[in-house]
Design a protein around this ligand. Structure first.
Ligand code: ZN
Ligand code: FE
Ligand code: FE
Ligand code: ZN
Length: 266
């Protein structure tokens, strides 16, 4: 059996991951992967935006470190990418980033539901107590829908990130998911199955089986990602992700080369 590529991994340049890209690549080969992609947290125009992404001045070093991993591991296909934060109004900046290097893909992720609240930040967990969970999920999925519509991303990352700490709305969210997935399908974007959720309080892959099934019904293509922030996390829980994908009817995952998509059977 051929594993799909692990398209979501970070590097120390984002200031909260460990291990050089070449160590992630070595681990990928050790666990039997043939293709990976680095998608570190993209820089913002201002380096003081937050403390968990790379500085703009480090972008060239990032690219060079991925190229070094390629040189060290010629038997592994290594893609160059970014996990880009979508915030409304950032489209111009994302276009500028896209022009800076020969990227293979951009993962569009929403972490911020306002300019100052990144909902997955454990240091801001108390924010959840100040707001109604359904209201937070609504704003999050509204932004994620805009991310799908803006045409700047090949892949939408960890689609139900608000479940990270296990805080769920009491109201049914199916309508939010449907609006988002309709936009993903219409704009021909792929969606990732991200195994990092299994390592969080929610103990579930992002997104949930319900969303994966709704995506499959819309023929939305998928990628897999470990969201590794350390070499030992590369390809982690891919067996679970594949069985989730298969149970929804998927038999293929995407590969991206210079922002062009192909489908590869698994
Ligand atoms: Zn991170
Ligand atoms: Fe993320
Ligand atoms: Fe990530
Ligand atoms: Zn991520």
């Amino acid at each position: 059996m051929k594993w799909p590529a692990d398209y979501h991994m970070h590097t120390p340049l984002c200031r909260h991951a460990i291990g050089a890209p070449t160590e992630y690549a070595a681990q990928a080969l050790a666990v039997g992967l043939t293709e990976i992609g680095f998608s570190d947290h993209s820089p913002m125009p201002r380096d003081d935006f937050d403390e968990w992404r790379m500085y703009l001045r480090n972008l060239d070093e990032y690219v060079a470190s991925v190229e070094a991993a390629r040189r060290d591991h010629p038997q592994l296909t290594i893609k160059l990418a970014l996990e880009v934060d979508y915030l409304p109004g950032q489209e111009g900046w994302i276009r500028e980033l896209a022009a800076m290097h020969p990227w293979d893909y951009f993962i569009g992720s929403v972490h911020y539901v306002s300019d100052s609240w990144d909902i997955d930040n454990p240091y801001k967990l108390s924010e959840w107590k100040k707001r109604d969970a359904y209201e937070v999920w609504s704003v999050y999925f509204e932004r994620l829908t805009q991310a799908a519509e803006c045409g700047l991303f090949e892949i939408i990352g960890h689609a139900d990130l608000p479940k990270k700490f296990g805080i769920y709305p009491t109201r049914d969210c199916t309508g939010l998911f449907a609006t988002f997935l309709d936009a993903v399908a219409k704009h021909d974007v792929a969606m990732e199955l991200n195994t990092a959720g299994l390592r969080k309080d929610c103990r579930e892959i992002y997104p949930s089986p319900q969303i994966v099934q709704m995506a499959a019904a819309r023929k939305i293509p998928i990628t897999l990602g470990s969201d590794a922030h350390a070499p030992g996390e590369v390809g982690l829980n891919f067996a679970e992700a594949l069985s989730l994908a298969r149970s929804a009817g998927y038999q293929q995952a995407c590969r991206f080369t210079r922002r062009r998509r192909e489908l590869v059977a698994f």
